[in-house]
Ligand binder design. Structure first.
Ligand code: 5GP
Length: 122
């Protein structure tokens, strides 16, 4: 799948659309989800043009990947989520209902998140 330069996160990265930024470095931007599913719901995105987790894992440089996951840890620490706990999640493709075609990790926290998959969902 080709990268869509006009997807909403590409536009946020270009500063065309505002975001509630919580973290930024040379490879990473993180901001609060516009429709939060938990009291804390942050999206962490690479600045590079990667469609999905698969694209990122295949094509990003070692430095981009390392900086990205170090940033996720830093963000969770900065938001005070380490002691109570948090969940990170990436949707890839149709079955996961990925909506925005720019790789992003969701960071959820701020309440008891329950178990990841309910037995009835299997
Ligand atoms: P996905 O389903 O692709 O994993 O998640 C996309 C997420 O992006 C959703 O949680 C949605 O609320 C969020 N989102 C969509 N448009 C915007 C936007 O313009 N700004 C922000 N901050 N979040 C957005």
């Amino acid at each position: 799948m080709a990268y869509d330069e006009n997807n909403i996160f590409a536009r946020i990265l270009r500063g065309e659309i505002p975001c509630d930024k919580v973290f930024e470095n040379e490879h990473v931007l993180a901001f609060r989800d516009i429709n939060p599913q938990t009291p804390t719901h942050v999206l962490v995105i690479p600045k590079g043009a990667y469609v999905s987790s698969d694209d990122f894992a295949e094509k990003a440089s070692d430095a981009e990947i390392a900086v990205f996951f170090r940033a996720v840890g830093q963000i969770a620490r900065d938001l005070g989520l380490v002691a109570p706990g948090y969940r990170i999640l990436a949707n890839h493709g149709r079955d996961a209902h990925q909506e925005v075609p720019h790789f992003h990790l969701h960071v959820f926290g701020g309440k008891d998140l329950g178990r990841m998959i309910k037995p009835a969902d299997k």
